[in-house]
Design a protein around this ligand. Structure first.
Ligand SMILES: [Zn+2]
Ligand SMILES: [Zn+2]
Length: 343
């Protein structure tokens, strides 16, 4: 998994015009007129007649952002899943594997929580708590680090020793992507289209429509996961949502190769391995396969110190606002400055 860990990349300010290298312009041409399914198939290396050499440098970034349920303008976390055609080259010989397990094993899973809002929305009774991330390892970052890691993830050099080649072309994938991009813009003042490296944008809902998904909520993430028999575990948390978006999108886009026009859960497709078994293995693998050095691994949302997380905090704290409002039990879970309750 050597290709796209963004942690060691330069952080100088990227400008859109400078980043439109010849390779990016050629790659962008490739996607003109392609539908969502074929955009992802191209990014997965499915041979495409007339594809330029630039296509082999494509990276897919899957983005999901989380916000506080009490104030949707407050960004709390980002899930970022990435894979690179550089890392998939050898699959020409061995194939995608059962339920694309060979591809999914080369996918990188990142989860970043914004320190300034990390205390918000963490009740265990609330669906989507960022403490329930299942893929990769959560890192706590400040706003500058969040902006830097976004820039680095979207400005990945094709060859660090040959800067004249510029950055890899990016295919951006998401589920209800507009909402997430708007949140990034409002909360961090980051418009990732300004990096100049995105050559195609596609949404899981569009892929689902194009392959003819049917049902009461045919393009909902839960419905798509159901189709592949993948459990909805801790949906609503950005890291998991980005991971599930990537997984179901890859399975949908490669259905002709993976399932031969049978239902994914047809016994012919599950006799040796089920999609759930593959996802479980990928989840475990992601804990050791993806490394990030942005921010810190452990930050306590109770006392505000690094080196441990809330669950293991031994510091006695009390929020005066909650105490005065009669929320005695809640008052001992945070300090005044991290009170998530409205006045
Ligand atoms: Zn603590
Ligand atoms: Zn409080």
């Amino acid at each position: 998994m050597s290709g796209i860990d963004p942690t060691s990349q330069p952080t100088e300010q990227a400008s859109s015009a400078n980043n439109r290298s010849v390779i990016i312009q050629q790659a962008a041409q490739l996607f003109v007129g392609l539908n969502a399914v074929w955009s992802l198939r191209c990014a997965l290396g499915i041979p495409f007649q007339g594809a330029p050499d630039a296509a082999k440098h494509i990276i897919v970034n899957v983005l999901s952002c989380g916000s506080f349920f009490g104030d949707r303008s407050k960004l709390t976390e980002i899930g970022l899943v990435a894979f690179s055609l550089h890392d998939l080259q050898d699959l020409v010989a061995i194939g995608p594997g059962y339920h694309a397990e060979n591809i999914l094993g080369r996918v990188h899973f990142y989860h970043y929580r914004l320190i300034s809002n990390a205390h918000l929305g963490i009740s265990k009774n609330v669906a989507g708590s960022p403490e329930n991330n299942r893929f990769g390892n959560t890192r706590f970052v400040d706003e500058k680090q969040m902006r830097d890691l976004l820039q680095d993830s979207f400005c990945w050099p094709i060859d660090a020793t040959r800067p004249e080649l510029g950055y890899c072309p990016i295919v951006l994938l998401g589920h209800t992507l507009d909402v997430h991009l708007q949140l990034l813009q409002q909360s961090l003042n980051v418009d990732i289209s300004n990096f100049g490296t995105i050559v195609a944008t596609t949404d899981t809902r569009q892929i689902a429509r194009e392959i003819g998904m049917r049902g009461p909520h045919p393009t909902g993430l839960g419905h798509l996961m159901n189709r592949f028999g993948i459990a909805h575990r801790n949906v609503g948390t950005a890291g998991n949502d980005a991971a599930y978006t990537a997984i179901v999108s890859i399975l949908m886009a490669l259905s002709p190769e993976l399932y031969y026009n049978l239902h994914p859960l047809d016994p012919a497709n599950t006799a040796i391995k089920t999609p759930q078994a593959v996802v479980d293995a990928i989840e475990a693998h992601s804990k050791t396969a993806t490394k990030s050095s942005y921010g810190v691994a452990r930050y306590c949302t109770k006392c505000g110190r690094t080196g441990h997380v809330r669950k293991y905090c031994k510091t006695m704290v009390q929020c005066k606002k909650c105490l005065a409002a009669g929320r005695e039990k809640s008052s001992t879970t945070h300090v005044d400055s991290r009170c998530g309750f409205s006045p």
